[in-house]
Design a protein around this ligand. Structure first.
Ligand code: ADP
Length: 167
């Protein structure tokens, strides 16, 4: 039987840290499905459609990675898709507390579900979508932090001459 794993997130936007987890997850499992969450409550910079498109663009680089989108409870969607493993990334202790809590509550909601946590590679420990958004909005260079397609999308969204303002 094929081992399928779901990698859920808001991906606002997808960063090289996410990409690293996707690469490593796709090596560990037969298939990896990126689950893009609507996450309206997080008031994302990118629309649901844009975040799905960015994930699809990256998934094309792999032969065992695909993308689905979901609204509402992840566990409901995983049950419907008959996926029993969920992958998440861990950077810091605060990630650990949150992920541990999520894993335990998801297990209550869907007892067959297992959560696999992959530790961030050292070069991406500092990287988060929120920091990338902030740097982009302030006109900084984000080329080291995101794939080229995402960089283009961020530049289009955050019109700024990059010089900063000294007042
Ligand atoms: P969510 O809103 O579900 O937290 P995110 O897109 O912020 O969605 O993150 C999705 C997953 O990717 C989370 O498990 C998060 O810890 C992980 N992640 C984000 N950035 C990194 C990174 N730099 N290295 C490893 N894991 C990461």
């Amino acid at each position: 039987m094929k081992k399928i794993v779901a990698y859920p997130g808001t991906f606002d936007p997808i960063t090289n840290g996410h990409l690293d987890i996707i690469k490593r997850g796709a090596n560990l499992f037969d298939e990896l499905v990126i689950f893009v969450a609507e996450s309206n409550e997080k008031n994302p910079l990118f629309t649901f459609k844009e975040r799905i498109e960015m994930a699809q663009c990256l998934a094309k680089e792999f032969n065992n990675v695909s993308v689905v989108s979901f609204k509402g409870l992840l566990t409901t969607c995983l049950k419907e898709s008959n996926i029993k493993v969920v992958l998440r990334g861990l950077r810091t202790m605060s990630d650990f507390e949150y992920e541990f809590q999520m894993a335990l509550i998801n297990k209550k909601l869907y007892p067959d579900l297992e959560t696999v946590l992959l530790m961030s590679s050292s070069e991406f420990v500092f990287l988060s979508s929120s920091l990338v958004r902030e740097i982009a909005l302030l006109g900084g260079d984000i080329s080291k932090f995101v794939p080229p397609y995402v960089e283009k999308m961020l530049k289009r969204r955050t019109v700024n001459d990059g010089r900063g303002l000294c007042i």
